[in-house]
Each structure stands twice: as structure tokens, then as C-alpha cells.
Design a binder for this molecule. Structure first.
Ligand code: SAH
Ligand code: DHB
Ligand code: MG
Length: 225
């Protein structure tokens, strides 16, 4: 057994990923393309991608919204999960990330069911509300953590009772518990937590996670009737 916790987490992550996630040339190619294009290695892990897939299939979601595309690794997992009749709308600020993602979507043959909207997520969300977009069944929040308070408010306008909302990276190595941390990402996650706690339309829990990418967690909310 490796003695540093992060090494143990990585070894165990690899063990379960190898046992449970089938080898997949399209997903592997997306990760390789992302690293080649110098995108930060902050894609969800394979086991977490599969977690998103299971949540989507388990709720029969067919309209999915993602905030924060990066190279689209998580997007491909979710686009497969919604099936050929489903749709994923994914929001990305950085044109380089968006370009890499679009290539990955084509290569994985899911570009027909993904709509990527380029620009600040708050503006894209406002546009979706203004367009009277049909409600989403499942929402994955994974962009800048400082924006989470704004995103959760806007997501409520794009939801229906039963919509499942998962927000990534709410633990941040445990930094979330420090009320004086000046990092806007930490402040964002703390404010997000206050908002979901006070929001009568949401019921929320948090799952702390460890993985090859360290110590973090998901906030999981359901929109109440
Ligand atoms: N969901 C991806 C990882 C997303 S990383 C995956 O698991 O594969 C976070 C992404 O959010 C980055 O690509 C970053 O450029 C984007 N982002 C940051 N600020 C943003 C904003 N204000 N609006 C939209 N996207 C933003
Ligand atoms: C960061 C962002 C993420 O979405 C993630 O999964 C891990 C780290 C970051 O900005 O550091
Ligand atoms: Mg993340």
C-alpha cells in the first residue's frame, strides 16, 4: 500500500476504474487531445463520468445542461447517457477549450446531440431563460466556482420539479470550511451552500469524494414539487 493518502486514492481509483469502466477509445482520445492542447487536467475522472451517466440514466433525463465544458470529457459521458433522442447544452467561456471540445464531440460521434454555447455562463444562462428554453432534467455545474451562487439561481429558472442538479468541487481539499479564505472560488462555494440551504425549492446533500484528482466533493440537489 502506498503511504501517502493521495497515492492510495489514485491506486484505488485505478483499481475500480479498470474493473468497472470498459476501455473506450473515444473517451481516451478526448483526454489525450485535451492534454495535447494544454487544457488543465481538471476533467472529471472516468469513475465520476460514469457516475454522471448513471444519474442521468437513473432519472431518465433527456435534456441535460452543463456549465463548464473544458474539452468535453464529461459532456461526452452525458451525451451518451441521454441517448440518440436526447440533448446536452454545454456552456464554455474559453474559445480554445470550446474548439478542442467540438473536435472531441465529432470524434466521439455525439456532436449531433450537443449544443455548445460560447461565452460567460451567466450570459448564456440568461439567454436560455429569455428564449423560454424547455426545462432541463439534469444539470451539472462545473465552471468557475465563484459563479456558483449566480448559476444555481439561474438554474432554478431552467428547472422543473424533479430536476437533479449536481455541482462539482464543493470541498476543494477541505478549504470550504474556512470562513476567512479570501479565494473567490471558496467564497463562491460557501455562498452557494448558504443559498441552496435557504432555498425552499431545493433539497440538497453533499458527498465528499477522493480520487486520483484528490479530495473534493459533489453537491447534489433535487428541485422539489
Ligand atoms: N466539465 C469538464 C471540466 C470543466 S473545467 C469535465 O469534467 O470534463 C471548468 C471549465 O469552466 C473550464 O473550461 C473554464 O474555461 C470554464 N469556465 C470558467 N469560467 C467560466 C464562465 N464564467 N463561463 C463559462 N465557462 C467558464
Ligand atoms: C478545478 C476546477 C474543476 O472543475 C475541477 O474539477 C478541479 C479543479 C480548479 O479550478 O482548480
Ligand atoms: Mg470540476
Amino acid at each position: 500500500m502506498p503511504d501517502k493518502p493521495i497515492d492510495t486514492w489514485k491506486t484505488v481509483d485505478d483499481f475500480f476504474a479498470e474493473a468497472l469502466v470498459a476501455p473506450d477509445s473515444e473517451l481516451d482520445a478526448a483526454v489525450t487531445a485535451n492534454r495535447k492542447a494544454d487544457l488543465p487536467a481538471i476533467d472529471v475522472t472516468p469513475l465520476q463520468g460514469k457516475f454522471l451517466e448513471l444519474m442521468i440514466r437513473g432519472t431518465s433525463a433527456s435534456r441535460v445542461l452543463e456549465i463548464g465544458t473544458l474539452g468535453g470529457y464529461s459532456t461526452i459521458w452525458m451525451a451518451r447517457a441521454v441517448g440518440s433522442g436526447g440533448q446536452v447544452v454545454t456552456l464554455e467561456l474559453d474559445p480554445h477549450h470550446a474548439e478542442v471540445a467540438q473536435r472531441n464531440f465529432k470524434q466521439a460521434n455525439v456532436d449531433d446531440r450537443i449544443e455548445l454555447r460560447l461565452g460567460p455562463a451567466s450570459e448564456s444562462l440568461a439567454a436560455l431563460v429569455a428564449e423560454k428554453s424547455a426545462p432541463f432534467d439534469f444539470i451539472f455545474i462545473d465552471a468557475d466556482k465563484s459563479g456558483y451562487p449566480d448559476y444555481i439561481r439561474r438554474c432554478l429558472s431552467l428547472s422543473r420539479p424533479g430536476t437533479l442538479i449536481i455541482a462539482d468541487n464543493v470541498v476543494r481539499d477541505g478549504k470550504v470550511i474556512d470562513p476567512d479564505d479570501p479565494d473567490p472560488n471558496i467564497r463562491g462555494v460557501r455562498r452557494f451552500t448558504e443559498l441552496v440551504a435557504a432555498e425552499p425549492r431545493l433539497s440538497t446533500t453533499v458527498l465528499q469524494t477522493v480520487s486520483s484528482k484528490g479530495y473534493d466533493g459533489f453537491a447534489i440537489s433535487i428541485v422539489l414539487p
